[in-house]
Design a binder for this molecule. Structure first.
Ligand code: FES
Ligand SMILES: [Fe+2]
Length: 397
């Protein structure tokens, strides 16, 4: 069990103007030297970060929540298709004639071979299985069965590729990878936090830039924990971004299972911006954290999306893409966005190196639990929500 005490959350009223509310709370935080916190903090047992069995359950839970798979711009026009493996699931994404992206499990309904090898194209035609040549249309429907007299009981209309629940939001294709939830509404799951993100200029239809993925040798939750506080900024990020920020100042709002963090920049105190017309993106980083493991860091003119794929208790694959307002129109623009990607990568490398060092120390017996301070309460909230969701999933299963 996670050891934690009840906390009183300081959250904004939902009908407050977003920018005005952040200005008001940032002003109080800077005046008092204290931002959002709970009363006591708490502890997370180290075993939470060390169990492969638990990681497997968590992966099952992640597959039940919308996952950002690719930028919508990777499937720009009807007919565009993409075959890739995400969170262990072979996927086939196809933009339909009606403009919608559909996602299918890329597994043949005959005897289960992968239908389309990894790759992409612009003119989806017939997808033909390499084993016995059953063929599927761009809409996933089963079209052809060679020597079909051998399948007298086959119900073709029920034998198309398994379709997954999919939505495009903030310029990204989100897919619920668990086929038992194919009738769910991922847009509803992303909820009011996604509405708020899309209300920011340039983020409702952003374009993907420099998609990348890499491995970190640490439990995925150690990476999540690090996104929920600015306590470490002055120390861990002293060589990259520390000078830009006001130190240990985080303003936190919860939206269902998701949360939004506002990390106040030092220039907020220097410029003393007016509350009228206040632009929160200029005076802080906003992290949109979609449960369980997707973070979108909003900068003044772009955003960085990271999602975490647990591979084992001690290994995580990080998927990243940068969301920019339009495709770079020149080499200069490309260099500008690449410089932003490089700084983001350097900063995250500082976090991830520390996560790897924590992982190495977990089994030493130095700590039975990791300690979280009052201003690190958001990580405790996340762990508690995760446990609740895992318990609900095992009850349902
Ligand atoms: S497994 Fe695909 S056609 Fe047989
Ligand atoms: Fe960090």
């Amino acid at each position: 069990m996670i050891e934690r005490r009840p906390i009183e959350l300081k959250v904004s009223r939902m009908n407050d103007s977003f920018a005005t509310d952040l200005h008001r709370r940032a002003t109080v935080a800077m005046q008092t030297g204290h931002a959002d916190a709970d009363e006591h903090g708490g502890r997370i047992p180290v075993g939470q970060y060390m169990s492969d069995a638990l990681t497997n359950q968590e992966l099952g839970l992640l597959r039940q929540h919308p996952q950002p798979v690719v930028a919508s711009s990777s499937l720009a026009l009807p007919g565009a298709w993409l075959s890739l493996t995400h969170f262990g699931v072979p996927l086939l994404l196809v933009r339909q004639e009606n403009g919608r992206v559909e996602a299918f499990i890329n597994v043949c309904r005959h005897r289960g071979a992968r239908v389309v090898p990894e790759g992409s194209g612009n003119e989806a035609g017939m997808f033909v299985c390499p084993y016995h040549a059953w063929s599927y249309g761009p809409d996933g429907a089963l079209r052809g069965v060679p020597e079909s007299f051998g399948f007298p009981c086959l119900k073709r209309e029920e034998s198309g590729l398994r379709k997954l629940a999919t939505v495009e939001r903030a310029g990204v294709v989100w897919v619920v990878l668990d086929p038992s939830l194919s009738e769910s509404d991922p847009g509803e799951r992303l909820g009011a936090l996604m509405d708020n993100l899309e209300s920011l200029e340039g983020l409702s239809k952003s374009v993907g830039f420099a998609p990348r993925s890499y491995i970190v040798e640490a439990n995925w939750k150690l990476l999540v924990d690090g996104t929920f506080e600015a306590y470490h900024f002055k120390v861990a990020h002293r060589q990259t971004i520390a000078h830009l920020f006001a130190g240990n100042m985080q303003i936190i709002d919860e939206f269902d299972l998701h949360r939004r963090l506002y990390l106040i920049k030092a220039r907020f105190a220097e410029d003393k911006p007016d509350i009228i017309g206040f632009d929160p993106r200029k005076y802080g980083n906003i992290i949109y954290s979609f449960f369980p493991a997707t973070m979108i860091l909003v900068q003044p003119d772009h955003a960085q999306l990271s999602s975490l794929e647990p591979l084992s208790a001690t290994r995580t694959r990080v998927h990243e893409v940068t969301l920019i307002p339009q495709p770079p129109a020149s080499d200069k623009a490309t260099r500008y966005w690449q410089a932003n990607v490089d700084l983001y990568r350097r900063t995250l490398a500082e976090d991830y190196e520390l996560a790897e060092s924590i992982q190495t120390g977990l089994a030493t017996g130095a700590n039975e639990a990791l300690t979280f301070g009052t201003f690190e309460y958001s990580a405790l909230r996340f762990h508690s929500q995760l446990q609740q969701q895992l318990a609900a999933m095992s009850t349902a299963g």
